[in-house]
Design a binder for this molecule. Structure first.
Ligand SMILES: [Zn+2]
Length: 290
């Protein structure tokens, strides 16, 4: 770059050389940006990510003591993360500028790859649609994973007389399906208990085994360390997305008689179970303990 091309500002995760002619890659910050994208892909909204970083005492890129969800949001939507620069025109007093000419690839040192960026965009859309904007509560660590055994629709979190339950979307949409639900707490205990069983890790090798053991450590953490349980739940949610490829919920066991959409939703039906697959492994069946 020539002298008359001094850079006026860099994205917050990059630095500037002293002569203001080059962007500087800051490894610690790049690592944090990567983590933020990872969390978004894992299903966390920007509020949840900000909370998580604060809890982990991750330093911000500014003077601010705490992370702001708008900063996270901006970062997740910023193509500069994978190096792209969009020239803009500020003519006519446009504050944010309007795109002017084609985007320039590899303008900034990339901190993530394009594929990660695009995956995060899909995850963000789903996350906004599923949970609304305020995703502070990480109530459902399985969000996006389980499907209904009877109709194949997604299984979502719902309240039945103040109790959190998982139920098939069709049940909630008033279509009917099995009109059964599984108490969230019971489901979480059963599923995490299944994953933490030593026999499961024994079946695996190498990287997969390491990852499952990492998850088991977190599950143990969750049951012993209440204080940091929010951060631990985020870690578990992210690991689950990497490890578990399929959860099929049989809310009413093997036999489900379709019921009228107006019928009351029965909770925790005897014989309920789920099927679960890790990576491309076999489909295991796990019955509820109670
Ligand atoms: Zn269903």
């Amino acid at each position: 770059m020539s002298d008359n091309k001094k850079i006026s500002a860099a994205p917050s995760w990059l630095g500037l050389s002293e002569d203001r002619e080059r962007y500087l890659f800051i490894p610690e910050r790049a690592e944090i940006v990567r983590r933020i994208f990872e969390l978004a892909i894992g299903g966390m909204g920007s509020y949840a990510i900000a909370n998580y970083l604060d809890e982990k005492k991750v330093p911000t890129f500014t003077q601010s003591e705490t992370w702001d969800h708008t900063t996270i949001d901006y970062m997740l939507r910023n193509r500069a993360t994978y190096g792209e620069y969009q020239p803009k025109s500020f003519a006519g007093g446009h504050k944010k500028g309007i795109p002017n000419g084609p985007p320039v690839p590899n303008h900034y040192p990339a901190v993530i790859d394009r594929n990660t960026y695009e995956t995060a965009q899909i995850a963000r859309k789903q996350n906004l649609a599923n949970r609304g904007r305020k995703g502070n509560e990480l109530a459902n660590i399985f969000a996006g994973l389980p499907t209904c055994a009877y109709c194949g629709n997604e299984v979502v979190l719902h309240h039945v007389t103040n109790i959190q339950v998982l139920a098939c979307e069709q049940v909630l949409n008033g279509v009917g399906c099995s009109r059964t639900a599984w108490t969230y707490r019971d489901f979480e205990i059963t599923l995490l208990g299944f994953l933490a069983h030593p026999a499961l890790a024994e079946r695996l090798q190498g990287e997969q085994k390491d990852k499952l053991i990492k998850l088991i450590d977190k599950i143990v953490d969750l049951s012993t360390n209440q204080e940091r349980s929010y951060a631990v739940r985020v870690d578990i949610a992210v690991l689950l997305k990497e490890i578990v490829t399929k959860i099929v919920v049989h809310f009413a066991g093997d036999v489900s008689t379709p019921r009228l959409p107006s019928a009351q939703i029965s909770k925790d039906v005897r014989g309920r179970y789920f099927e679960i697959r890790l990576w491309d492994g076999r489909l295991d069946k796990c019955l509820s303990i109670s």
